[in-house]
Structures are given as C-alpha cells and as structure tokens.
Design a protein around this ligand. Structure first.
Ligand code: ZN
Length: 234
C-alpha cells in the first residue's frame, strides 16, 4: 500500500465510526493517507433532556473535535436521528458526499446492524458508491472515476465474519479513546437510558478482536465482495 489513499468512513450517528474504526482511521492518518469522516445523521434524539435542535449543534461540535484528533476531514449530512431512510433525496446526498470525497476505500456499517439508521447507512453507502460513477445522475460534484472498495464493520455474528480482516490498533489506542471521549453528551445518555458505559462496551470488544489475531487491541472488518489482491487496510 505505497500509494496514498483517500479513506472515507461513514457512520449513521456521531460516535459510530469512532467506536468501530477510530483506531484504523488513526493508523491511516499516521501513515499519511487522507482520512475523511462522514456523519449521516446529526444524532439529535440521543438525549433525555437537551432539545433536538440544541443537541444537533452539540453533537456536530463533538464530532468535529473527534475528527480533529486525527486531522480528518468531516462531511456532516445532517439528517435527523432515527429518520434515515433509503429514498431518492437521501441517496443523492450520499452520492454527492462520495463524489466530493473521491474515496479509494469506504468503511461503513454492516447491513444487518441492530439500528435502522445503521442498516440504512449501509444500504445507502453501497447504492451511492455505484451511482456516484454514473454521469447522467447529476449532483453538485462531478462523477467518480471508479466504484470504491467497501469494508464493513459490525459484522459480529454472521457467516461473512469468516472473511474478516483485523487491524492492530494497540499503538493508537489512546487516540481512539480520545476520539470517543469527545462525544461527552453520549456518555450521560447511554448510562441513563441503556445502562451502558460507552468506553466499557468498546474496550472489551477491541480486546477480544485483539485476542482473535494475537495483539492487544484490534478492529475487525469484512470486505464487500472479493478481498482485494493487495491489502488495503493498515
Ligand atoms: Zn449508531
């Protein structure tokens, strides 16, 4: 992987990509690749008391701070939380994000995720990555030259996990934790509403992925379609 790549991670909510691929993005950034983070929704329902409009602003700030930890470029699509659907308007917004980003590689949710916004993001990314190359589909940016490779995260319990590839994130784990810590509003919400500590959920999973490949902490991905000849992951 001598060539400098453009890597785009797309998550349904602020904090999804930090949790699932923050370490991999940190490694790409350290290797000099151009890293971009796309947030599909503004996360404006993720709190008990802060009103949605105010919360959307807080979560945008938190997301931009998380991206700044690794110097990543941000695409903020601003769809309302829990209202992301596979429709024409939304797919065109994804197409235009991909055209602007011109990624060699996209990392996103697996389609059978637990949250409907995650499932929609997965389908939208896959659909839009193809449509982004079609010249007669007009958006603000010119069409992409090629369909980018896609890697999924969140493939925990399906047959596809046999094709999993691991990324050792041990050396950048502190950066990953810093990125997650930027999402301060979510620590409170998840503790109160779901009895979950965000970091306490992330760390054991990354440790168990690490144990599966013989390192301290790892992230795990499954390629869409055939695995590329040359490894694209760090
Ligand atoms: Zn999410």
């Amino acid at each position: 992987m001598d060539k400098k790549m453009r890597v785009l991670a797309v998550g349904a909510h602020p904090d999804d990509i930090e949790i699932r691929c923050g370490g991999t993005l940190a490694r790409y950034a350290e290797m000099g690749h151009h890293v971009m983070m796309g947030y599909a929704t503004n996360g404006n329902k993720g709190h008990r008391t802060i009103p949605p409009d105010e919360l959307a602003q807080i979560r945008e700030k938190e997301s931009r701070a998380a991206a700044a930890v690794i110097g990543a470029e941000v695409f903020w699509l601003n769809f309302p939380d829990a209202e992301l659907f596979y429709d024409k308007e939304t797919r065109l917004a994804f197409v235009d994000m991909i055209r602007q980003a011109r990624p060699d590689l996209i990392i996103t949710h697996w389609r059978e995720a637990y949250h409907p916004d995650h499932m929609a993001t997965s389908e939208l990314v896959c659909g839009a990555s193809y449509i982004s190359t079609v010249p007669h589909v007009k958006t603000d940016h010119p069409p992409c030259a090629a369909v980018p490779m896609i890697y999924y995260f969140e493939v925990d319990f399906t047959v596809e996990s046999a094709a999993a590839e691991y990324v050792d994130v041990s050396a950048v784990y502190e950066k990953k934790r810093q990125m997650l810590a930027c999402h301060a509003s979510q620590f409170e919400w998840l503790r109160e509403n779901h009895g979950v500590d965000l970091a306490e959920r992330m760390i054991p999973r990354d440790r168990s992925y690490g144990a599966q490949c013989g390192v301290a902490y790892a992230e795990r991905f499954v390629p869409r379609g055939f695995r590329p000849k040359e490894r694209l992951l760090p």
